[in-house]
Ligand binder design. Structure first.
Ligand code: GLN
Length: 552
């Protein structure tokens, strides 16, 4: 069931979720890639959703759209950022996808009258998908992150697939468990027991970890390492201490310091190679740490009811994109979350939004639905009228054009039909191909998704930033700037600096530099293609404008 000569590293979680399995998997892949191996990363999500597109970001974090248009988990964004390349649909699977293919095959009589069962049929579909990703990527090592923690009902079949593959190919498959060692405040001592229990639980599946990556707040001492080695039956040098770090981008460097790469290669019987060349990566990590000057960026959004933790997950790629461009410009973007709902009152009375003047830049990210929309429009207007650099992403671009229509062109009540289908001025309209999909309730995976090209107009901020006339960016939306209003908007002074090749879809809107230092919105999501070693040019321009604003 394995591909000849291929190596598989399964990354399994123990103790609790949220300890950074995705970062550990990405970092392992990066250091192996740095040693000249061709590595692919696979994320397995045990939920039954067929993709991540139908999930609320406050519940599950950002929806990360691949180049192909597949809507995936935010971990896929981390993978792309660490590996520095685009991932393909084969690199992602959910239980929903796996079951959907098995059931489709059953309906087509492809199982030839057999009883179709979780084992072997679902398990084998999981392995088929893992191998399909390896062959699509032409890799020699696959790092496979199994979502959830050991002991969950939902991921048991995936762990079973990992067990069977190891049984059949003992020299080609590794199991790495990422766990957590808590240090309870009242004890002041790092405890290994939860990890011991998690390993025992994994043992009950017939799986023995080869490595333990032990996350903790501080470094693990030798005593605890010995304890874990004895009780978990793992070689002490294969227990990797992974303390909290200042930046997630430190993790691969720390793994390298601990010779994790050598140990993995040894365990896979792959030839030892020179340590990973991480110079460029180190340079980037140093740049983030060295930034002294700050610019204040206000992100005006609506996902603010569930606390800061969920928030930063919902906008993960935006935050990272700002960091990468910050490292390039030499400034630290200090993000503050601004709740759009705070700018409106239930009784309809005006709210003073002048607190926004403390920001060096204002950003309105993507979004759906009505909540907070009038507040966002006020923030956008304030940025326009007060020369504060503004960057609108998707919904943030649509709202920027609506604001312009209302307050500059005088089209009172201008709106998007997503919110007000009866508006007199439907500045943002549903895309024609979306009408029947919405009417039939076909919501999953049907937006305008993935990469589309756009042409950039000479003499615009966008064109200068990209330094090229054709770009490709990733999309995720159902609505668009209504073509019927384009001429009127242009005549009113707003430029459409990026358009689809046929000229029908408006992909970037901006105000000319003589009217505003940086007032730009994109129908696409530039944040999805920003990488540590290749920051996104529009985020970089936005931060440069913020620096200039701060300097006065
Ligand atoms: N709700 C808008 C649309 O569907 C914007 C989507 C987004 O911001 N991703 O067109």
């Amino acid at each position: 069931m394995a591909t000849e000569g291929h190596k598989y590293i399964f990354v399994l979680g123990g103790v609790m979720s949220g300890v950074g399995k995705g970062i550990a998997a990405s970092s392992m892949a990066l250091i192996l890639q740095g040693r000249g191996h061709k590595v692919n990363l696979i994320k397995i999500d045990p939920y039954l959703n067929v993709d991540a597109g139908t999930m609320n970001p406050t519940e599950h974090g950002e929806v990360f759209v691949l180049r192909s248009g597949l809507e995936t988990d935010q971990d896929m964004g981390n993978y792309e950022r660490f590996l520095g390349r685009d991932l393909v649909p084969e690199d992602y699977m959910t239980s929903g996808m796996v079951y959907q293919s098995v059931i489709a095959r059953e309906r087509a009589l492809e199982y030839g009258g057999k009883t179709v069962e979780a084992i072997p049929h679902v398990r084998d579909e999981i392995l088929r998908r893992i191998n399909a990703a390896a062959s699509h990527n032409g890799s020699n090592i696959s790092v496979i992150e199994v979502g959830g923690t050991v002991g969950d009902f939902q991921n048991a079949l995936f762990i079973e697939a990992a067990r069977v593959l190891r049984l059949q190919h003992p020299h080609d498959v590794l199991h790495v468990m990422v766990t957590y060692l808590p240090t309870p405040g009242t004890l002041g001592e790092m405890k290994t027991k939860p990890t011991q229990s998690a390993v025992r639980e994994l043992n009950s599946y017939g799986v023995q970890p080869d490595f333990i990556v032990a996350r903790s707040s501080g470094s693990m001492d030798e005593k605890r390492k010995e304890k874990l080695a004895i009780w978990c039956n793992v070689r002490p040098d294969r227990i990797i201490s992974a303390p909290d770090v200042e930046s997630i981008y430190d993790v691969p460097l720390n793994f390298e310091k601990d010779h994790f790469g050598d140990l993995l290669l040894e365990a896979l019987s792959l030839p030892g190679q020179a340590p990973a060349d991480m110079k460029e990566w180190e340079g980037f990590v140093q740049r983030i740490k060295n930034e002294k000057d700050e610019v204040k960026i206000g992100i005006v959004g609506k996902y603010f009811d569930t606390g800061d933790f969920v928030l930063s997950d919902a906008y993960l790629s935006v935050i990272e994109a700002l960091k990468f461009s910050g490292a390039e410009v030499g400034v630290k973007p200090k993000i503050e979350w601004v709740n759009a709902k705070d700018f409106t009152r239930d009784d309809g009375k005006e709210v003073d939004v002048s607190m926004l003047s403390k920001y060096d830049g204002i950003l309105v990210p993507g979004g759906f639905g009505e909540t907070g929309i009038e507040g966002k429009l006020k923030a956008i207007r304030f940025a326009r009228e007060n020369n504060i650099p503004y960057f609108g992403l998707c919904y943030g671009m649509q709202l920027m054009v609506i604001e312009y229509a209302r307050n500059v062109l005088g089209l009172e009540g201008a709106h998007t039909v997503e919110i007000n289908p009866e508006t007199k001025f439907p500045i943002v309209d549903v895309m024609p191909e979306q009408v029947s999909l919405i009417a039939e309730g076909k919501y999953g995976g049907t937006m305008r998704l993935g990469v589309y090209p756009a042409h950039l107009a000479e003499g615009t901020i966008a064109r200068e930033a990209y330094g090229t006339d054709v770009i490709e960016e990733r999309h995720r939306h159902r609505y668009e700037i209504n073509p019927e209003y384009v001429q009127q908007i242009k005549d009113g002074g707003l430029t459409f600096s990026g358009t689809s090749p046929d000229g029908i879809l408006m992909e970037i809107a901006e105000l000319p530099r003589d009217k505003h230092p940086f007032y730009l919105g994109t129908q696409f999501h530039p944040e999805l293609q920003a990488r540590p070693l290749s920051p996104h040019p529009l985020f970089t321009q936005f931060l440069k404008a913020a620096v200039a604003k701060k300097a006065g």
